[in-house]
Design a protein around this ligand. Structure first.
Ligand code: ZN
Length: 262
């Protein structure tokens, strides 16, 4: 599916247009629990494609995955069966990515960049196979204790293995496929409690996204908004519907972005 470059913030559209030349295209790969998506920039357009795009001589590329992601190596992404994996090799690439990021960090940065009015502070909470959380303050990724915050009962998450982990309660792999009204209340309650405990500054824009929210339960956005009661503004994803998440924007920003104004 090909979309106009409105799927990119202007500074990235400009940067990519000036680099667009014959040869392997710039692309971003997002690995998730249920699918892998590549976002390829070529011929002035952005195309979302299923699967990775390895080539003998790949163009500049970025990689996002759950877990601790450093230089293409992924640790602790148990929902993928990746305890410690050279993800680029696993995906068939002949070399390490030029940029690699945790998927929630990349999506948070992408959500921030896709907004015409960039908020001073943006919290991304993504419910997919796992729960991802990341805070952007002043345009930079800041650690926030959200996805593996403890104090939520006894359940143990496969990733951190700490009892009472929030991910073990509301990560998608620990939830029923279809949430009933009680499940939704529980997800929203626990998430709101965790946001309060995480020290997220008041006035922060909270983006509630991830596959479970965007594809199956978009009504969770309004439910969280009313539960948080005005302390934060709660929004859905600004990523195009065809995109797995806004992570491709965060990756492309790290790959080619300069001068984020406008
Ligand atoms: Zn955990």
């Amino acid at each position: 599916m090909t979309l106009p470059p409105l799927t990119l913030p202007p500074h990235l559209a400009r940067a990519l247009a000036t680099r667009d030349a014959p040869g392997p295209p710039v692309h971003a790969v997002e690995v998730g629990g249920s699918s892998v998506q590549s976002t390829v920039f070529a011929g002035g357009t952005v195309e979302f494609a299923e699967g990775p795009r390895p080539a003998a001589d790949p163009g500049p590329f970025g990689l996002a995955a759950p877990g601790l992601v450093v230089d293409g190596r992924v640790r602790g992404a148990t929902q993928l069966g990746w305890d410690d994996v050279e993800a680029w090799r696993e995906l068939g690439y002949p070399r390490r990515p030029d940029v690699s990021m945790n998927d929630a960090d990349a999506a948070a940065l992408g959500e921030w960049l896709l907004r015409a009015e960039r908020p001073g502070s943006l919290l991304y909470a993504g419910i997919g196979t796992g729960l991802g959380g990341s805070l952007i303050t002043g345009g930079e990724v800041v650690d926030v204790p959200l996805s593996h915050q403890t104090g939520f009962g006894e359940a143990v998450c496969d990733g951190c293995r700490a009892p009472g982990c929030l991910n073990a309660r509301i990560g998608g792999q620990y939830l029923p496929r279809r949430l009933d009204a009680a499940d939704k209340r529980r997800v929203v309650d626990l998430l709101a409690t965790a946001i309060g405990r995480a020290g997220v500054p008041r006035g922060t824009v909270v983006v509630l996204a991830g596959g479970l929210v965007r594809r199956t339960h978009p009504d969770l956005v309004a439910a969280l908004r009313s539960r948080l009661g005005g302390a934060y503004s709660v929004e859905g994803s600004a990523a195009p519907a065809a995109a797995k998440s806004a992570a491709y924007v965060g990756l492309l920003d790290r790959l080619v972005g300069e001068g984020r104004t406008g």
